[in-house]
Design a protein around this ligand. Structure first.
Ligand code: C2E
Ligand code: MG
Ligand code: MG
Length: 632
């Protein structure tokens, strides 16, 4: 039997499952298709419920029906034997078979020569058996035997599901059934998927295996509705639902939560990596254009994944974590990160549980700031530091800001956090200044959400007013994302900030919508070249881009900081290309405020003015150097 045949049949099953396929339909389909793909003449199935007459029978032709009924009548035969033992039974030559003294002679009489029977079982449950009949003697190949058992297993999994459905239907009226399904696509709705998730949780706990939830959200679906009307929007959703069902494996579920949000539940994965190919296929199914009302529509989707286990206790939490992972993936793509590492998605999904404990982290004293030195490229002289937010979770330890900042952005908490960072950083800087007369600059990251919030410039002004220090020593780092959403508002705030005298830096330059063309329209003082470029400086193409960025920035009166400088070679390269400043592990890792204080002291008394430090660094610095890397 060709592999494609088997996989064709399996995926047909997957498709029938999402529509309300009745038990009889599943069985009829099974016996019909199995005769197409295996070297047999007929096939039959009997479902057996202990203490009852068989509830369901299916047969590929009248002869098979006769053999099925015969076994039931006689209460004897390979079907009952396979059901009873849970093992496959192979009878390559019925003439020399002694186990079925009443069945064999009558079957031989009717032209049967060989029979092969496979139990239908799901976990500990025996459901019945699948009989394959042949009019010639001889064994089935090992491959065909294995294929038949696979089909029997898959059918059993579906039967269990169909059984649960029919039980559900029996026990509830039409309206209850409707309350569990989405009217447009006929898929399970939120209520039903939560029930299925509950079941998945229990199964995971028993088996120790994990279940994965994929949260699929169409990108820019609203635009489809607005542009083509709601009918096309609805048609698209139905078409998307159909495509997604093609990815389902036996036992998987698909639901529509609302609007353009779909959820795929995959139970019993031996390892989270088994989710990889599923995610890839989900993307692949959606990437082919849809043809609706004679138009071709291209659709992309953002996918987030979360797994049972870890700290996730309830179905709602799992859904929410997958949703957060999806949001993160959407955001990263909006920022232009083309390659999405699936591992990162998992990480996001796992760590999304953290999002729930983020509110209150500030009050519990779990947040602090590290500071990473920024130096002159030429000589390594310390000119400023960048404040980097740190969260030490009580049980999970250091959590990267790349993980928790997106959560804070989504919940709006970033405004409160960002304000705290600004105050704390400016106050630390002034503490250093008070002790030694060093003009150390302070760079603070500002997320787009915070930047656009009402009264942002006023809140910066308030922080500046708390001291007499030069506002020009404060740099606010923003990303290009700022200019994507509401450019007009972004420019208004930028101008308000310029009025205050603070400096503005464009962070992670080159990863977003980076168009060199619009740089001259921005009131920006500093460009920070993203570390991805610095890491690939050996590539002549990258060198050319960096050279162009630096050249243009200089001609516009901006200065350039190279981020993520890790080696002497990289420092030499960026210096040669004209970078004014550098930041990176080569010079120093992020460190505690007290260590910055010690560094400034070394610089002030002339004993160690340059980084990387050539003389011995005080212990306090060493201590924090070794811990600061934990989450970077
Ligand atoms: P960023 O602003 O680009 O900060 C630089 C990041 O690069 C820091 O990661 C830093 O530890 C890391 N880094 C510095 N030198 C090197 C190097 O030589 N090699 C490598 N591989 N990495 C280096 P971190 O601390 O994990 O911060 C990640 C991002 O989180 C920041 O990127 C920033 O976008 C965001 N972030 C951090 N603190 C805040 C904050 O207070 N507010 C906001 N809105 N975002 C923040
Ligand atoms: Mg930054
Ligand atoms: Mg950066």
């Amino acid at each position: 039997m060709a592999r494609e045949d088997l996989s064709d049949v399996l995926s047909e099953f997957a498709r029938t499952m999402v529509t309300d396929f009745p038990i009889q339909g599943i069985l009829d389909h099974l016996v019909k298709r199995i005769v197409d793909v295996l070297p047999i003449t007929a096939a039959g199935v009997t479902l057996i419920a202990p203490g009852h007459d068989p509830r369901y029978l299916a047969a590929s032709d009248p002869s098979a029906l006769r053999f099925e009924k015969l076994q039931t009548e006689l209460g004897e035969g390979p079907c009952l034997a396979a059901y009873g033992t849970g093992e496959a039974i192979s009878v390559p030559d019925l003439r020399s078979e002694s186990r079925f003294p009443r069945f064999s002679p009558r079957a031989l009489e009717s032209g049967l020569s060989a029979v092969f029977t496979f139990p239908l079982r799901h976990r500990d449950l025996q459901l019945g058996a699948l009989d394959l009949y042949r009019d010639e003697v001889g064994p089935l190949s090992l491959e065909s035997m294995a294929a038949a058992q696979t089909l029997a297993d898959v059918a059993a999994a579906y039967l269990i599901n169909a059984q649960a459905r029919s039980d559900l239907q029996d026990s509830s009226d039409q309206s209850r059934e409707a309350a569990l399904h989405d009217a447009l696509t006929g898929l399970p709705n939120r209520v039903l998927i939560l029930q299925l998730l509950e079941h998945a949780f229990r199964a995971s706990r028993r088996s120790g295996k994990t279940s994965a939830v994929f949260f699929v959200d169409l990108d820019r679906f609203k635009e489809v509705n607005d542009t083509y009307g709601h009918q096309v929007g609805d048609d698209l959703l139905v078409a998307v639902a159909k495509r997604l069902t093609r990815v389902l494996r036996p036992g998987d579920s698909l639901a529509r939560l609302s609007g353009d949000e779909f959820v795929v539940l995959c139970e019993e994965l031996a390892d989270p990596s088994e989710a990889d190919p599923i995610a890839v296929r989900l993307n692949a199914e959606l990437s082919r254009p849809f043809v609706l009302s004679g138009m071709e529509l291209k659709v992309t989707a953002s996918i987030g994944i979360a797994f049972t286990g870890q700290s996730i206790e309830a179905p709602e939490e799992l859904l929410r974590d997958a949703d957060l992972a999806m949001y993160r993936s959407k955001r990263d793509r909006a920022m232009g990160y083309e390659v999405r590492d699936l591992r990162e998605l998992y990480l996001a999904g796992h760590q999304a549980g953290l999002a729930r404990s983020l509110p209150g982290a500030l009050g519990r004293g779990e947040l602090h700031l590290d500071y990473q030195p920024i130096v002159e490229a030429r000589d390594g002289r310390l000119t400023g530091v960048e404040a980097l937010l740190r969260w030490t979770h009580p049980s999970r330890g250091a959590v990267s800001p790349r993980v928790f900042i997106p959560f804070a952005e989504q919940s709006g908490q970033i405004i409160e956090l960002g304000q705290w960072v600004l105050q704390q950083a400016w106050s630390d800087r002034n503490q250093w200044q008070r002790q030694r007369p060093a003009e150390i600059g302070m760079s603070v990251n500002v997320s787009a959400h915070q930047f656009m919030s009402a009264g942002f410039a006023a809140s910066v002004a308030k922080v500046l007013d708390s001291t007499s220090a030069d506002p020009g020593l404060l740099t606010l780092e923003v990303t290009e994302r700022l200019f994507v959403r509401d450019q007009e508002r972004a420019f208004v705030v930028l101008d308000e900030l310029k009025e205050l005298g603070v400096k503005l830096a464009l962070d992670d330059f080159g990863t977003g919508y980076s168009s060199l063309g619009y740089l001259n329209t921005l009131p920006i003082d500093i460009i920070k070249i993203d570390q991805k470029f610095i890491a690939k400086l050996n590539n002549p193409g990258t060198q050319a881009i960096v050279t162009a960025i630096i050249g243009l920035a200089h001609s516009l009166g901006m200065t350039v900081v190279s981020e993520g400088v890790e080696t002497t070679k990289q420092r030499d390269q960026v210096t040669k290309l004209g970078s004014d400043s550098c930041q990176g592990f080569y010079f120093a890792r992020p460190m505690l405020a007290s260590s910055v204080d010690a560094l400034i002291k070394l610089q002030a008394d002339g004993s160690n003015p340059y980084l990387p430090s050539k003389t011995r660094i005080p212990a306090v610095v060493l201590d924090t150097l070794s811990t600061a890397s934990a989450d970077s």
